[in-house]
Design a protein around this ligand. Sequence first.
Ligand code: 2AM
Length: 183
Amino acid sequence: MKEKKQRLFFALSPNRSSEDFQRLARLSSQCGQFGRSVATDNLHITLAFLGMVTDEQAASVVAAAEQLAAPRAFSLKLDTLGYWKRSKVIWLAPEHPPQALLTLAQQLKSLAIECGLDQESRPYKPHITLAKSVARRPEQLPPLGKIDFHFNHFGLYISKPVSHNGRQGVQYIQLGKWPLGNT
Ligand code: 2AM
């Protein structure tokens, strides 16, 4: 029998009960005019994409995450809106990502490799995807207000395909959550 696999990724989830999150959700919805906005529940910053993973591999990823000496909690100023032609997405990103974020992403990439999972060699660019299937670069993107978040945890998520009113989408299910360090 074919082994069951699930799509996994490490990510940061912004605090949903803040005004900054309301501005983020509004911005994503505005960007929907150019393509398909990302559902409010799905707004996140990917730290490391693990791809299709067996239950056994997932268990070793969870065990390794438990042992990680994660960097300290950090704040992130999301102050740059842009468009990637290759993936046809509109994104929001920090112009100056804090070192703790880059270190965490690098640690999780190494963790994935140690668990036998392939990792992309291109440099990590932290971002929140706001809209997908954007066929061409918008002439003008919506105005950007203050969107800052503080992160003191990171999580491991399953990306599960779902069908809603005949439309294909994804639902993210949290598999684990770990605190950032305080050193
Ligand atoms: P994103 O970070 O640009 O939004 C779950 O699929 C998450 O992992 C998505 O947020 C997605 O893109 C990110 N991701 C990174 N590399 C991916 C890949 N090769 N295939 C699918 N998703 C990927």
